[in-house]
Design a protein around this ligand. Structure first.
Ligand SMILES: [Zn+2]
Length: 242
């Protein structure tokens, strides 16, 4: 899970969503009514999908697992709990059907004070709650919110752990290869390699590598050649990270 920068809505879609919320408040407050209104709002849902697709990492990846294609608009606070938030833009995230329908569903755990215990990657930095162990591909929790988020989304399920561990190895290899291309006067090839890398699933792996590059022991975990690549402004520029 990586931070997601939420884009502002243009006036047209924002106004239509506000009108939908106003109608819900005026006519019905029930989750069932909200779900019917949501299903009937195909133009608004299409507009939201387009904006969420542009915000998502890689090629429209799920904002929770980072692996699968984001197929669903998830209501972060579920309609069953907050029907009047059905059309609120800050309540919409892009999720794969597995995270949305199999894992999260209508789950919205809170602590005894009522504070949500799921990470919203569009309003807070997941790194404050989770740490990715690059060598194993497993997430470790730093907070109660991190622990519950791992449980609810199944972030340490076997396929995700294996995918992240594999992604770590391929990213290391591609970074070193791209750097050798770059300094072998083959900048265009390096550019294509790094752009492809930036679009791969499991964006959290590259984010974790970048965060760990200045930590003690980075050379042991990443390798000296990978550390050199991740400190190279030309590489970061091609990754569009500068
Ligand atoms: Zn997912």
């Amino acid at each position: 899970m990586i931070p997601i920068m939420r884009h502002p809505l243009d006036d047209g879609l924002g106004s239509r969503l506000s009108a939908r919320t106003t109608a819900l408040k005026a006519n019905a407050h029930s989750p069932e009514a909200a779900r019917r209104a949501w299903k009937s709002a195909s133009a608004e849902r299409q507009g939201l999908r387009e904006r969420l697709n542009r915000m998502a990492a890689g090629i429209m990846r799920c904002m929770y697992c980072g692996d699968n294609l984001g197929t669903d608009i998830d209501h972060f606070e579920p309609i069953s709990r907050a029907p009047l938030r059905t059309f609120e833009w800050p309540n919409h995230l892009l999720a794969c059907s597995f995270c949305n329908s199999n894992q999260k569903r209508d789950t919205y755990p809170c602590d005894p004070q009522g504070t949500p215990l799921l990470i919203d990657p569009s309003t807070e930095d997941p790194n404050e709650h989770l740490r990715l162990a690059l060598a194993t591909g497993e997430y470790r929790h730093l907070t109660a919110k991190g622990e519950v988020t791992i449980q609810v989304f199944g972030l340490n399920r076997a396929d995700l752990v294996r995918g992240r561990a594999g992604a770590f190895h391929t990213r290391r290899a591609v970074l070193c290869h791209a750097r050798s291309l770059l300094y072998g006067d083959r900048k265009d090839e390096a550019d294509r390699c790094l752009r492809a890398l930036a679009e791969e699933p499991h964006a959290s792996v590259l984010h974790a590598m970048l965060r760990s590059v200045d930590l003690p022991g980075a050379v042991v975990v990443l390798g000296a050649d990978v550390v050199a690549a991740l400190r190279d402004p030309k590489i970061l520029d091609l990754l569009s990270l500068t």
